[in-house]
Design a protein around this ligand. Structure first.
Ligand code: 8ID
Ligand code: ZN
Ligand code: ZN
Length: 353
């Protein structure tokens, strides 16, 4: 088995912050005792990867860096301590590449909060290469009847929005506004929300995204933030009684909606912040926040159980979000489109091209 693993592979490498990414051959690494080597077949491209290229966040990346954290593939090698995942199993390299498993947070299944967490495509090399390493305890277990191209976006976008919807606390029959609905996280959020019995108001811009949200993803209404004269009024008017959505999931990459959500959320409602626009601040009027008793919170990826559940939603046929497959060599084109806000849904890279 090991003899089939090449010594060199194709990868997309960031040499310096600001990019561009370079498509080139680099060595294949060997997994450590508690790690697996995954032959990545497909990898989704998340906006987080673009933040990493641009050095947007107050957390430095490793350099040079191989980005990517929605990698789906096949286990081809494992360290000697790994016994609960086998060579040939399908596995996902997700944002949380590893964590200590011993700290206060890890013990309570809050492993994304672990101060020793390793982040794929950020603090360790990720899935924009043909062979990626991850801690065996953290790789997602992907059932063999699940297609590896379609499951790739679930490995970050799906897990994250599923967790965010749980954090929102909205119950079946209630409404959720998804802000940034036409993007990668937003398109999956609509499908998870619908599967959880929630009624969806999609907020984004442009006819392509509007059509996708209303005709493919199950949104009941669409508010175009760029053409609406009054987003707050339009979102409230989209709810049955005009009082606003019970929850708001913010997955946009823009500060403004983070300041608007508290205005249109329903009294007792919750605003869940997920998107990470560079340098942005949350702002809400104290008076209205208090007398409406609203909750404003952050939500960050998901733990191993959330990951398994999010994959199971897909396996049961509940999640169908559009994605486009292009070669790994075309990553820069995907970043350019993402930067211009032109992607409806998700791009997935085929690492064989
Ligand atoms: O764990 C987390 N919290 C987590 C996990 C994964 C990703 C956070 N993220 C973050 C990413 O780093 C990024 O900042 O979520 C954000 C969204 O990631 P994405 O879905 O991969 O991005 P995208 O596909 O580019 O979609 C963004 C959408 O937002 C819309 C755009 O039109 C696009 O469709 N949008 C923007 I920009 N401004 C908007 C506005 N004012 C807006 N939609 C509504 N109102
Ligand atoms: Zn991501
Ligand atoms: Zn820990």
């Amino acid at each position: 088995m090991a003899s089939q693993i090449p010594t060199e592979q194709w990868a997309q490498v960031i040499e310096k912050t600001g990019g561009p990414v370079q498509y080139k051959k680099i060595p294949v690494q060997k997994p450590g005792p508690d790690e697996v080597l995954v032959n990545i077949k497909y990898s989704g491209v998340c906006h987080t990867d673009l933040h990493a290229v641009n050095g947007d966040w107050p957390l430095p990346t490793k350099l040079p860096l191989v980005g990517g954290h929605e990698g789906a593939g096949v286990v081809v090698a494992k360290g000697q301590l790994v016994d609960d995942i086998q060579i040939g199993d399908h596995a996902g390299v997700k944002w949380l590449n590893g964590s200590c498993l011993a700290c206060d947070f890890c013990q309570q299944a809050d492993e994304p909060l672990c101060s020793k967490a390793l982040l794929s495509g950020y603090t360790v090399d990720g899935s924009f290469q043909q062979y990626a390493i991850a801690k065996a305890a953290h790789v997602a277990r992907i059932p063999k009847d699940v297609p590896l191209d379609a499951i790739a976006p679930v490995l970050c976008a799906g897990i994250t929005v599923y967790k965010g919807l749980k954090e929102a606390g909205a119950r079946p029959g209630q409404s959720v506004a998804i802000v940034g609905a036409g993007g990668g996280l937003g398109s999956l959020a609509q499908q998870y929300a619908k599967a959880m019995g929630l009624r969806v108001i999609a907020i984004d811009t442009g006819d392509e995204k509007k059509k996708m949200c209303l005709e493919q993803l199950g949104a009941e209404s669409f508010v175009d933030f760029a053409t609406s004269k009054n987003v707050v009024k339009d979102v409230q008017a989209a709810t049955a009684d005009g009082l606003g959505p019970h929850a708001v999931l913010l997955v946009a990459v823009n500060e403004k909606p983070f300041q608007q959500a508290a205005e249109y959320v329903r009294p007792r409602g919750s605003v869940v912040c997920i998107g990470l626009p560079a340098g942005a601040y949350l702002k809400a009027p104290v008076f209205e926040s208090v007398i409406k008793m609203i909750s404003i919170k952050g939500s960050y990826v998901g733990n191993r159980k959330d990951s398994a559940e999010a994959i199971d939603f897909y396996r049961r046929g509940l999640i169908k979000a559009p994605f486009k497959v292009v070669g790994l060599s075309e990553l820069q084109m995907v970043y350019d489109k993402m930067h211009r806000g032109e992607i409806a849904g998700r791009y997935v890279l085929d690492t064989s091209k």
